[in-house]
Design a protein. Structure first.
Ligand SMILES: [Zn+2]
Ligand SMILES: [Zn+2]
Length: 367
């Protein structure tokens, strides 16, 4: 048998020598020894490699199928001359203000060319519940301009189904970590610190189902991700009846263009799940050394998810506020009233001045 075993010590990088007595590989430099099998696994894991997913094409055939008779006739497309937003709704709903900028939308006839969604997640919070939640949210924001809290403003909140591409994908990961465990003890003369160094290997497969990436170029991805999670158990096969009274954003980022973000999210989640298993071991420190995550072939579906949107202009700037229409989770940048901000800052300064004066008084009082 002439298997050449050339391994470098994972601890210090010096060449390892086969120790026939102990039947393992030992390092003359740092004194560690390793089982041959362990070294093999470790090396294989480090060289496992990354791979992106081979996503199937999302098309009419793989998706929600063709529009059924009469479905498209009731739907209208409207576009906003101001911000370029394009929304779908029934004829009654669509004669409305743009949820992104508040300008009146212009009705267009056709929704041709849009794919039919596979799923819809119906709104669970109605407008009343949404406005109540919004008022409650405003309550604890002392710096919010008064104009933002007024009744009319709050009522212009709009329910929009946001188009999402959902990615199903399997992953195989091999991640190696370096970790330490530090312990202390003392005797009558010395304090001792012991640092143990570990090489940790994690390997396994994780399947991901319905990782969402929004297909709306009008809304920042970060906003939509802040609204997660959605409870997918309420998913319904798409039907236009769910659109009644709501607007649906027309996707302008297609499935293909969303794949990069999906790969990124799946990769990050897979690593986080592996990291968590290392964290649970209670090491003092750990960091990933070689991260190899292969994404296997995956499938895409198309769904509409419920979001309450409120956009407002305040002193020439746009502020978008969004709320998960199923769970009530909020996200958004809220404006700060300049008058209130300065008032607050002066108050803070006076407070600090008081502390400063007290400190000086104490110091001089002691002399
Ligand atoms: Zn060594
Ligand atoms: Zn607009």
């Amino acid at each position: 048998m002439a298997e050449v075993l050339e391994y470098k010590c994972p601890g210090c990088g010096a060449p390892l020598v086969f120790d026939s007595g102990a039947q393992d590989m030992s390092c003359a430099h740092c004194g560690n020894s390793f089982a041959v099998e362990t070294l093999k696994e470790y090396e294989a894991a480090k060289g496992f490699g990354d791979a992106d997913c081979e996503w199937g094409d999302y098309s009419r055939d793989s998706g929600g199928g063709d529009w059924q008779a009469g479905e498209q006739e009731n739907l209208r497309l409207a576009s906003c001359p101001s911000c370029g937003g394009e929304l779908i709704g029934d004829a009654a709903t669509i004669a409305a203000e743009c949820p992104y900028c508040g300008n009146m939308m212009i009705l267009r006839e056709q929704i041709a060319g849009q794919l039919r969604p596979d799923f819809v997640l119906p709104f669970r919070l109605d407008k009343e519940a949404a406005t109540a939640a919004l008022k409650n949210f405003y309550k604890n924001k002392p710096l919010l301009p008064g104009a933002f809290k007024d009744q009319n403003h709050i009522e212009s909140i709009k329910g929009v189904y946001v188009p999402f591409w959902l990615f199903d994908c399997g992953t195989s990961a091999r991640i190696t970590y370096r970790a330490t465990r530090v312990s202390f003890r003392s005797d009558s003369r010395y304090n001792y610190t012991t640092t143990r160094h570990y090489h940790v290997l994690r390997a396994g497969d994780i399947d991901f189902a319905r990782v969402p990436v929004d297909g709306s170029g009008k809304i920042d991805d970060v906003y939509m991700e802040a609204l997660e999670p959605f409870d997918y158990t309420d998913f319904q096969p798409f039907s236009t009846t769910y659109l009644s009274g709501f607007l649906a954003d027309r996707y302008d980022v297609d499935a293909k263009a969303s794949e990069g973000r999906a790969n990124e999210r799946i990769r990050a989640s897979a690593q986080e799940m592996f990291d968590a298993t290392v964290r649970r071991e209670g090491f003092t420190t750990y960091h990933a050394e070689a991260v190899n995550i292969r994404l296997k072939s995956g499938e895409i579906s198309y769904a509409l998810l419920p979001v309450w949107l409120l956009n407002t202009k305040y002193r020439g700037r746009d502020y978008l506020f969004a709320m998960n229409g199923q769970t009530g989770k909020f996200t958004g940048r809220l404006p700060v009233s300049p008058g209130k901000f300065w008032g607050w800052l002066v108050g803070l300064f006076l407070g600090l001045g008081g502390v400063f004066a007290t400190a000086v008084w104490l110091a001089t009082g002691g002399l």
